[in-house]
Design a protein around this ligand. Structure first.
Ligand code: G4P
Length: 321
C-alpha cells in the first residue's frame, strides 16, 4: 500500500505560492525533525530554488539527537540553505528563528526594506505554535491579503519583519513509499486517508531494525525472544500488553495499531527519527528506478497497443473498401 496524499485545491495553492514567492525575500520551511526529508515539500524546493531558505527541524525534543545533527549538516551543505533544530514549546524558539532569518538575509532591514518571509509546513508540524511564539501577544497584527488566497495571513512581527503564512500546502505525488508511511506515522495525514494497521506495522518494522532496545523496553518484551519476532508478532504483543482485546482473547489489531502510533507521536517509545540522510538517498534512488521502470512498462504497453492497431488496420481498411 502506498500512502498518497493530495490536499484539496492543489492547483490554487500552487498558483498562490508562485505569486507570493515573487515578493518575499526568503522562505522558512518547518519540517518534522523525526522525518526531515519526508516532511519536506519537493515542489516548494523547486519553486523557491533561488530564494534563501531556512529549514526548521521542529519537534527536536522528540527526535534522535545524533540523527538531527546528521540532518542539520546535510541541509546546511545545500546552497542558499540554513537549518536549525527547535522545540516550538521552548521559550527561546521564536527568538532563535527570527535571529536565523535576519542572519540569512542581512541586507533587508529598516521600514523601507522590511524582511519579507514566507512560512510553510505540513499540517501538525508545529507551524502555528512557532508563529504564536514569534508574534507574542502584544505585537500581533494580522490581516488578509486580497488576491492571493483568502486565508493567507500577513503578520507584522516588527515594522521591518513581515511573515506570510500560507494556509494551503501543495504536495506533488509521493514517490518514496517510506516517506508516505513516515508522514502517516507522524500524524500529518488525516486519519481517514490511511490504514492505521499498515502504518503501525511499517513503523514497527523500522523500530525493530533500528531501535530494537527502545521497542523492547517500552513494551517489556524479552530481548532474546523478541529478536525473532516479525512485525505482526510485535503488534500482537503490543495489543496484549495494552489490553487491546476482543471477545475470546483475540487481539484488536486496530486498537493495538493506534496504541503504538500514539506512543510514537507522543515520544513515549524514545527519541526516534525514522530516516537518516543516507537511508533517504537510497529510498529515493530505488523509488526513481521504480518510477522509471513503471513508465517504461506503460510506454511499452502503449506501443504494443498501437502496434496492434496497425496490425489490424489493413484488414479494417479492406473491410471498409
Ligand atoms: P500546525 O500549525 O503545523 O498544524 O501544528 P501546531 O502548531 O498546531 O502543532 C501540532 C501539535 O504539535 C500540537 O500538539 C503542538 O503542541 C505540538 N508541537 C508543536 N511543536 C512541537 C515541538 O517542538 N515539540 C513537541 N513535542 N510538540 C510540538 P497537540 O497535541 O495537537 O496540541 P496541544 O498539545 O498543544 O494542545
Amino acid at each position: 500500500m502506498a500512502i498518497q496524499w493530495y490536499p484539496g485545491h492543489m492547483h490554487k495553492a500552487k498558483k498562490a505560492i508562485i505569486e507570493r514567492l515573487k515578493s518575499v525575500d526568503m522562505v522558512i520551511e518547518v519540517l518534522d525533525a523525526r522525518m526531515p526529508a519526508s516532511s519536506e515539500n519537493p515542489l516548494l524546493a523547486q519553486l523557491s530554488r533561488d530564494k534563501p531558505k531556512l529549514k526548521i527541524l521542529n519537534k527536536q525534543d522528540l527526535a534522535d539527537p545524533e540523527r538531527t545533527d546528521l540532518w542539520l549538516a546535510a541541509f546546511n551543505a545545500r546552497e542558499h540553505t540554513r537549518a536549525i533544530a527547535l522545540d516550538a514549546s521552548d521559550r527561546q524558539a521564536a527568538q532563535k528563528l527570527i535571529a536565523a532569518c535576519r542572519a540569512l538575509v542581512p541586507n533587508r532591514k529598516g521600514v523601507d526594506k522590511p524582511l519579507r518571509v514566507l512560512i510553510c509546513g505540513i499540517p501538525n508540524v508545529g507551524k502555528s505554535t512557532l508563529i504564536n511564539g514569534m508574534i507574542g501577544k502584544k505585537s500581533a497584527k494580522t490581516g488578509n491579503e486580497p488576491g492571493i488566497t483568502k486565508a493567507e495571513q500577513r503578520l507584522f512581527l516588527a515594522d521591518d519583519f513581515w511573515l506570510y503564512d500560507t494556509p494551503g500546502m501543495l504536495w506533488p505525488k509521493i514517490i518514496v513509499e517510506e516517506g508516505g508511511y513516515n508522514l502517516a506515522a507522524g500524524g500529518a495525514v488525516g486519519r481517514n486517508a490511511l490504514d492505521e494497521e499498515a502504518v503501525a506495522l511499517q513503523l514497527i518494522d523500522y523500530l525493530r531494525r533500528h531501535y530494537p532496545a527502545d521497542l523492547q523496553a517500552r513494551y517489556a518484551a524479552d530481548k532474546n525472544e523478541s529478536s525473532h519476532w516479525h512485525d505482526e508478532a510485535w503488534l500482537e504483543w503490543i495489543g496484549r500488553k495494552r489490553g487491546a482485546l476482543l471477545g475470546g482473547g483475540r487481539i484488536n489489531y486496530q486498537k493495538a495499531a493506534e496504541a503504538v502510533l500514539s506512543d510514537f507521536r507522543d515520544g513515549h517509545i524514545a527519541r526516534i527519527t525514522l530516516e537518516t540522510p543516507n537511508q533517504w538517498e537510497a529510498w529515493l534512488k530505488a523509488a526513481r528506478r521504480n518510477e522509471a521502470a513503471l513508465k517504461a512498462a506503460r510506454e511499452q504497453r502503449k506501443a504494443e497497443r498501437k502496434g496492434g492497431h496497425r496490425h489490424h488496420r489493413p484488414q479494417e481498411d479492406g473491410e471498409a473498401v
